[in-house]
Design a protein around this ligand. Structure first.
Ligand SMILES: *Cc1c(COP(=O)(O)O)cnc(C)c1O
Length: 387
């Protein structure tokens, strides 16, 4: 134990500068602060879409609404089912449940923490309307196998890309994979305006339908209050879009830094006895690294939580991993009527383990220097040794 180690001063999050500041003033001085009157949201959609290889991009209020809107456009509603990973943030299932559908949690891979394709296949029923892979911490699930399954079953994929900004699978960017993808710009995400979201669509038709539904069913130029579809107000405002345009401009260099630091930190963590970092499938050709995640396999939940408290005390932005979605009471308010927590837990053994023994470090960790990656790993090693 080194008592005289210098304090770890990792970069702060969110990051901003004159570009965000100028954007806010520009939006303010337009004199029109909603998307129908201004140009910032339009510009952001074009730029974000270009970055992800999708010409059909719609900005929305937040990532949860992005998922809800995308699911609605895919026909999800009462009497339908949506397959989601059991290990994810709760929005993945809440979006389906808000539409009156049943969210069906399935197990994840113990090494990538992403949805398990065999488990998806086993869960498909005649009511399944969508399969929702989550790019956990920026890592893609096996998109080749999922695309094959989707084609064979006729059930569309919807990518929960809340951790996936700038990601690519076998050289294909999120918007080029042929399915709908939903992003989040909440404060902790890789690009942020505090809150915000976006959806990329594979074709103009679904994009146009989503545009109507995100704006109370009202066409862009309507002046007669004739609402063509049902919907809600999920419109992004001009200030958020102005900030996000600046965030997108700083994104490629942040991504490059994380792509350099993540393998280094991962290799250092892997040398610590008992620590197993999230695996990196080489088919993930651009990895956003939303979090640095690792397991201490077999660690009991209370011990894991105490370890996270200790890591925070030692200066690391550490967090306990998401709780299995079916282990929150909120999930069961609209859960499957014929299933119990125990039923789902039995078919999700990997999620059960990850739920207890996994820790993640905020992505600002990966914006630190190479030297800091060594410091971070030493802190984890020390904390584990004294646990
Ligand atoms: C953050 C997050 C969301 C929801 O995004 P919000 O903008 O917070 O509504 C959805 N899915 C996953 C996996 C997330 O981490």
């Amino acid at each position: 134990m080194s008592g005289n180690r210098k304090p770890l001063e990792l970069p702060q999050w969110p990051q901003y500068g004159d570009d965000e500041r100028d954007g806010l003033i520009r939006a303010l001085e337009q004199g029109q602060w909603w998307r129908m009157g201004g140009s910032e949201v339009d510009s952001f959609e074009r730029e974000f879409g270009e970055f992800h290889g999708s010409p059909y991009t719609l900005a929305v209020t937040n990532g949860t609404h992005a998922l809800e809107l995308a699911l609605q456009v895919l026909g999800v509603g009462p009497g339908t089912e949506v397959i989601v990973p059991a290990f994810t943030f709760i929005s993945s299932s809440q979006a389906a449940q808000r539409l009156g559908a049943v969210a069906v949690p399935v197990d994840v891979d113990p090494e990538t923490y992403c949805i398990d394709v065999a488990a998806v296949e086993a869960a498909i029923t005649p009511r399944t309307k969508a399969i929702m892979p989550v790019h956990m911490a920026g890592h893609f699930p096996d998109m080749d196998a999922l695309e094959k399954l989707s084609a064979a079953s006729g059930v569309p994929l919807i990518q929960d890309a809340a951790h996936g900004h700038g990601g690519a699978w076998q050289g294909k960017r999120v918007g080029e994979l042929g399915s709908v993808a939903a992003f989040s710009f909440q404060n902790g995400k890789l690009m942020t305006a505090g809150e915000g979201g976006a959806v990329t669509f594979p074709d103009r038709e679904t994009y146009e339908e989503a545009f109507l539904r995100h704006s109370c069913g009202r066409p862009r130029t309507d002046r007669k209050y004739f609402h063509q579809t049902s919907g809600s107000n999920f419109r992004m405002n001009e200030f958020s879009a102005a900030v996000l345009r600046a965030q997108l401009r700083r994104y490629p260099s942040q991504l490059a830094t994380r792509e350099q630091r993540a393998p280094l930190l991962s290799s250092l963590l892997a040398r610590i006895p008992g620590v197993v970092p999230q695996t990196h499938d080489p088919r993930v050709t651009s990895h956003p690294h939303y979090m640095a995640m690792f397991r201490v396999p077999g660690l009991a939940e209370e011990k894991r939580n105490a370890l996270v408290d200790d890591l925070i005390e030692r200066g690391l932005p550490a967090f306990v991993a998401f709780r299995a979605i079916y282990r929150s009471d909120g999930f069961w308010e609209s859960g499957a009527p014929d299933e119990t927590v125990e039923d789902v837990a039995r078919r999700c053994p990997n999620t059960e383990a990850i739920n207890n023994d996994t820790i993640w470090l905020h992505h600002r960790t990966l914006l630190g220097s190479e030297e800091q990656m060594h410091q971070v790993a030493e802190i984890v090693a020390d904390a584990l040794a004294s646990a």
